[in-house]
Write a protein that binds this ligand. Structure first.
Ligand code: DMJ
Length: 650
């Protein structure tokens, strides 16, 4: 039976009589319905496909074909291990057009065009967003970094202040920090010297930590025979107070801790009594005076006690060398007649006297008082102190006097003993003035062109030569003006000025603008060395030391300029990537280097330069006296006047 056609409702009744209904559709009708539904769905889906949001959800951004290409993550893992933002190149992505062969050419082109526009728009948006985000991150990072640095600096300053405050309260130490100059140029110079100190120290730390000195070119430790055969950290002990006055507190603390843990002085070979006294005892005592840290005092006692057996000679004049293990002493093999040397046995007074004051143990002062007694009772040929003395007989050796090598710091210590005693050690002052008068009379010379110099006195003749070492005397003469007999004051001033001038000449007459070890006044040659073995410069401080004193007493700006010239020459010829070195010929603009960063470069040369560019409030000369290695020791009465702890510095 054939199925009745499906009629609309209004046609299901004819004249009120229902037309009989079919229950199923005919095949052709079903096909029609299916066709209509399919067409409708196709149109619907097709239309939806062109809605961008819909397509984004289904296939993601880009061409439909792009789903097979790597897509950038929604938010790229910046800094992630495996996938970095730069691994995805949106420009590259856009450049690739995908052609679908199933589409008409016009439609394809239109779609590609639309897609390109979309991509470009997306890129621009992304770029803005990226740049903004990147900039924000950058700024945030920089801000954070700045905050961190400021916090760090604040903490550091706080710590430094605390340290310095403690010092002032505990030791009454005056002027051990600060002294910043007010004018810009001087401040810039001072900062540079501080940088040089940090550079010298950092290289020592890196390549020679715990050793005595640094070989800046070989980048390893160095030790001279004066230190025996063990690593005693000479640069640490010698450089420590310079770090402190410069406010290099991290470096200072590192050095301080090394001393606390490692400084034992256990050399099995002989060590120099003089060098250990001026560098180690001097350095430790200055550190104690400035910081009040008991550890320094204990170490000073430990070392001084190891030196004491050197004084066990028939006269009390100490040996030059002592074996700290066995306790026996001897003199340098090369010293004439096995003698002790004036500059060595005569340059112990400040350190030993101060140690007695600190400990209450008279043994140290007794030793150096005895030395002075012996030599003050001896006759002085032409009023001069010969550099050699026999420690067994107490007799002078050859008739040779010098304000340079082997004599120099003995005179310096006469003057400074008087100063350190609070100007009550009049015996020392008298000996000093008498010695200076004799030196002026017998050894001070004028060159043909009028340069004043001090030559060695040998067998009644004056050598026409001056040592770099003697150049400290310009400053010494100036320092000794105060308290001098009236008739000597002007002469001391004159000598201070003229000797410093001559020593400056010895610098500026060289190609490197650094001075030679010794310079001569012979024929047409003035203030220059002639002999090859006198042309070297080993980072010595004496000329700069005199600039420092002359500046403090005269305020003539030329001394600061001369010091700055020397600092620049040090930078140019002595600085190497691994530290500072001495040079073998100051007259050679391309000098060979000796590969030694002397510990006194940190203790003295850089300290005097720094002080030269500081205000006088830093280590003022009425409160401090420098030992011969530039370690400041407190002047007794000045501290007493200011410091309630003066009497119980023990
Ligand atoms: C330093 O060790 C001391 O200044 C000493 O008195 C002699 N010279 C050296 C530096 O030149």
């Amino acid at each position: 039976m054939a199925a009745a056609p499906l009629l609309p409702t209004h046609r299901r009744y004819v004249n009120g009589v229902p037309v009989p209904q079919r229950q199923t559709l005919r095949m052709s009708e079903k096909f029609m319905v299916l066709l209509i539904v399919a067409a409708f769905l196709f149109v619907l889906v097709g239309a939806m496909f062109f809605l961008p949001e819909f397509r984004e959800k289904v296939v993601g951004p880009g061409e439909p074909g792009d789903i097979f290409r790597p897509q950038p993550p929604a938010s790229p893992p910046v800094g992630g291990l495996k996938f970095h933002q730069h691994d995805f190149d949106p420009v590259e992505n856009v450049a690739r057009d995908v052609v679908d062969p199933g589409k008409s050419r016009g439609k394809q082109e239109l779609e590609i065009e639309q897609e390109k526009v979309l991509q470009e728009a997306r890129q621009v948006l992304n770029k803005f967003q990226d740049d903004d985000v990147k900039n924000d991150i950058k700024q945030d990072k920089a801000k954070l970094q700045q905050q961190r640095e400021e916090e760090e600096k604040r903490k550091q300053e706080e710590q430094n202040k605390e340290l310095l405050e403690v010092n002032r309260v505990d030791t009454g130490a005056v002027g051990v920090s600060g002294g910043e100059p007010t004018d810009h140029d001087t401040k810039m110079r001072r900062d540079k010297i501080k940088e040089m100190m940090k550079f010298a120290w950092d290289n020592y730390v890196q390549y020679a930590w715990g050793q005595n000195e640094l070989k800046p070119i070989s980048r390893r430790g160095h030790s001279a025979s004066i230190f025996g055969n063990s690593a005693m950290g000479a640069t640490i002990v010698d450089g420590l107070d310079t770090l402190y006055v410069m406010g290099l507190m991290d470096e200072y603390k590192k050095g301080r801790d090394w001393i606390a843990t490692n400084l034992k002085m256990e050399a099995t070979a002989d060590i120099s009594v003089f060098e250990v006294t001026i560098r180690f005892l001097g350095g430790l005592l200055a550190a104690f005076a400035m910081t009040g840290d008991q550890m320094f005092k204990d170490k000073a006692v430990l070392i001084a006690d190891k030196l004491l057996p050197a004084f066990n000679t028939p006269t009390g004049i100490p040996w030059a060398l002592i074996n700290t293990k066995r306790g026996n002493g001897r003199n340098w093999g090369w010293a004439s007649g096995g003698s002790s040397l004036l500059a060595e046995y005569g340059t112990l007074h400040l350190e030993f006297a101060y140690l007695t004051e600190l400990t209450g143990n008279s043994v140290y002062l007794d030793k150096v008082k005895r030395v002075r007694e012996v030599i003050s009772e001896l006759d002085k040929p032409d009023g001069l102190y010969p550099i050699y003395i026999n420690p067994k007989t107490g007799k002078w050796g050859q008739n040779h006097a010098s304000l340079g090598a082997m004599g120099d710091s003995f005179y310096e210590y006469l003057l400074k003993s008087w100063i350190m005693s609070g100007k009550v050690d009049n015996n020392a002052r008298r000996m000093y003035d008498q010695a200076m008068t004799a030196i002026d009379k017998m050894m001070v010379q004028k060159s043909a062109s009028g340069l004043t110099y001090v030559g060695d006195y040998k067998n009644k003749r004056v050598e026409k030569k001056m040592d770099h070492l003697s150049c400290f005397s310009g400053g010494m003469f100036m320092l000794g003006v105060e308290g001098a007999p009236e008739e000597l004051k002007d002469r001391y001033k004159e000598l201070g000025t003229e000797i410093t001038h001559t020593c400056h000449e010895s610098y500026i007459r060289s190609a490197t603008k650094l001075g030679p070890e010794a310079f001569r006044f012979e024929g047409n040659v003035e203030a220059m060395s002639i002999r090859q073995n006198e042309k070297y410069y080993i980072l010595r401080p004496e000329v700069i030391e005199s600039y420092f004193y002359m500046w403090r007493f005269t305020k003539d700006p030329k001394y600061r300029d001369w010091g700055w010239d020397a600092a620049q020459a040090l930078e140019k010829y002595c600085r190497t990537p691994g530290g500072f070195t001495g040079i073998r010929d100051v007259y050679n603009a391309n000098p060979a280097q000796d590969d030694v960063q002397q510990s006194f470069f940190l203790a003295e040369t850089l300290k005097y330069l720094y002080l030269l560019f500081s205000e006088d409030t830093l280590l003022p000369l009425d409160f401090w006296v420098f030992n011969t290695e530039a370690h400041p020791l407190p002047i007794k009465t000045s501290i007493g006047a200011k410091d309630s702890h003066a009497n119980d510095r023990r």
